[in-house]
Design a protein around this ligand. Structure first.
Ligand code: IVH
Length: 578
């Protein structure tokens, strides 16, 4: 038993060390498979030894822990909110009021206001022992199992003079880059990044939390030793940062209002380049001693204020819901809204993604809603104002038939999506596939514009992507959408396109999620189209940077007889090079 115990302790030490490097310094000293091997060994020993299971193992951070206990816990110190303003006058007033009270110059600390979910982390003797959500400010959920999966939160603090107990408060959020990845994988059933973070943290499967790659940044620190309260807030953040706690480096200590205005101005114009949702700056009195003297009311500290960026949110009304079909046959609900202008862009329609999103929003036609730019690029409905719902509001009913070709839609339960399986017999799917086929990354026949494609399909000159090569003078001259000079240009362009790089050829087939980069990787790996058509899933999986999901899409596409026929028809006209 002693032997097992000592080897377990050795492994524990190693795992914690590698975790520390990875989480704090983004550095892996060993390859992933070595790390996984170590974890496996650890799990085998755990099963062998039930006695030590309860005392040693429970204290170890498991990357994929499934233990979830959302027990309610009381905060050591209340987690307060912040007073908000959009107005510089109020910042002057905030400053003047404190100056009147102190009668001497004082430092302020400016930081970004991160739009995520706040969390309080407790470190005892340098070990993370508790992670509680804000809750009602006094009582929150203990979500330690999920917080443990956040890579940049250290399990153990490293360094000297670490106090007995530290309360680290900060924000958990998701970067735009990770948000994009999640939306790709989940067909965007969350309406905004904050919902994703909150949903992810409350997920009972910590493996999902781990895969979502959340990030943490600390904005406030309290130590148990009273004398440390005398320090500067700015210095406290720098200090915990040295021990491994992540902080944002856009931070400034100053006593000049002019500098605060500069800090705000720079943050405002660069807000989307920070790479995550942020909605203003927070200005805090820097001295912990003065903070204590000034104190708090029951809602917010009187020593801090949030100076918010002009709102990106607007209230409008949903006039109607229209259902569209995507290139892959997915039914897309679109909300037509009373047009609004947010930060200079006019918005009149918004994608609602899928059934789940509509249910989560509890959206009815006629509802007043709040619209926001999510990730600063895509307008999203983030909330329904239920108090404004009238009797005339109508429930959104999903169609059972495809709005384009009338065939029966199939519901994909796990994705909350409806799908039309008519493929090329569905006009929109055919139209979008042709547009992809002739796009710049495909055959590059972009002189054929959308309206021409539409007419070609309507007049039944094109029933498939390979029919592009059937177009000739006789057919084109029968179209209303083109004149003579365009006609010649199209013929020249079709002819030129017949010499095509393998990567463009793969892209042109419109395989789900196979974009420019993946097409290039597939082309470079296989070199010949025949090899791709007959490759097994294992081989496709070996293409650099390809995910399992995408390789399966490629494999399934190539497996279908009708796709093989289409490819062979195209190959009669083109010459592929690499
Ligand atoms: S200080 C007692 N600093 O904003 C300390 N809060 O709207 C009060 N937040 O609940 C918070 N960035 O979740 C502070 N740099 C920052 C922040 C920040 C984001 C959040 C925090 C708070 C909410 C209030």
């Amino acid at each position: 038993m002693n032997y097992i115990k000592s080897s377990v302790l050795k492994i524990k030490k190693k795992i914690i060390y590698y975790d520390y490097l990875y989480r704090n310094l983004s550095y892996s000293e060993i390859p992933d498979y070595e790390y996984d091997k170590l974890l496996n060994k650890f799990n085998i020993l755990k099963k062998k030894c039930t006695i030590i299971k309860n005392n040693i193992f429970n204290k170890i951070k498991f990357k994929y822990s499934n233990i979830l206990n959302f027990k309610k816990k009381t905060h050591l110190l209340p987690m307060l909110s912040l007073k908000n303003t959009f107005n510089i006058e109020e910042i002057y007033n905030f400053y003047k009021k404190i100056f009147k009270n102190l009668k001497k110059k004082f430092y302020l600390c400016c930081e970004l206001k991160i739009d995520g979910i706040s969390i309080s982390l407790i470190y005892k003797k340098g070990n993370l022992i508790q992670a509680i959500t804000r809750g009602n400010g006094y009582l929150g959920d203990d979500i330690i199992a999920n917080v443990l999966t956040i890579k940049n939160i250290p399990l153990i603090l490293k360094g000297n003079n670490i106090p007995e107990k530290i309360n680290i408060c900060g924000e958990i959020f998701i970067t735009y880059k990770n948000l994009k990845n999640i939306k790709k994988k989940n067909n965007s059933f969350f309406s905004n990044s904050r919902n994703i973070v909150s949903g992810t943290l409350k997920n009972i499967n910590s493996k999902i939390t781990s895969n979502r790659n959340l990030t943490f940044l600390c904005y406030n620190v309290n130590f148990s030793k009273q004398k440390l309260f005398n320090e500067s807030h700015f210095e406290c953040l720098k200090k915990v940062n040295k021990w491994g706690i992540p902080i944002h480096n856009y931070i400034k200590k100053t006593y000049k209002i002019k500098e605060i205005k500069k800090f705000f101005f720079y943050a405002n114009i660069n807000r989307k380049y920070f790479g995550f949702d942020n909605d203003g700056i927070v200005i805090k009195i820097d001295s912990k001693k003065i903070q204590n003297k000034i104190g708090c009311n029951n809602k917010y500290p009187k020593w801090a204020i949030a100076y918010k960026f002009k709102s990106q949110e607007k209230i409008t009304k949903v006039i109607n819901i229209v259902f569209n079909i995507s290139r892959y046959g997915i039914l897309i609900p679109i909300a037509y809204i009373k047009p609004i202008n947010i930060l200079g862009s006019k918005i009149s329609k918004i994608t609602l993604h899928n059934k789940k999103n509509i249910e989560m929003l509890n959206l009815y036609i006629g509802d007043s809603v709040i619209v926001k730019y999510s990730g600063d690029v895509i307008p999203q409905i983030i909330k329904v104002i239920l108090s404004k719902r009238t009797k005339e509001a109508k429930k959104i009913i999903f169609p059972t038939l495809c709005p384009i070709c009338n065939s029966k839609l199939k519901y994909i339960k796990n994705k909350y999506l409806y799908k039309c399986n008519s493929n090329l017999n569905c006009r929109i799917q055919l139209q979008e596939k042709i547009i992809n086929f002739i796009s710049k990354n495909g055959f590059n026949i972009t002189v054929i514009k959308r309206n021409i494609v539409f007419e070609l399909i309507k007049k039944k000159y094109i029933k498939n992507i390979s029919d592009i090569f059937k177009l000739n003078y006789k057919i084109l001259s029968r179209l209303n959408t083109i004149n003579k000079s365009l006609l010649y240009n199209i013929l020249i362009s079709i002819n030129k396109s017949k010499n095509i790089h393998l990567s463009n050829f793969i892209y042109s087939l419109g395989i789900e999620n196979v974009g420019k980069i993946i097409s290039l990787n597939i082309a470079n790996y296989f070199k010949y189209i025949s090899k791709i058509i007959y490759a097994d899933i294992k081989e496709i999986n070996s293409v650099p940077k390809i995910s399992k999901k995408i390789s399966l899409n490629v494999f399934n596409f190539m497996k279908k007889k009708k796709n093989k026929i289409i490819i062979s028809k195209i190959l009669k006209h083109v010459k592929i090079f690499i």
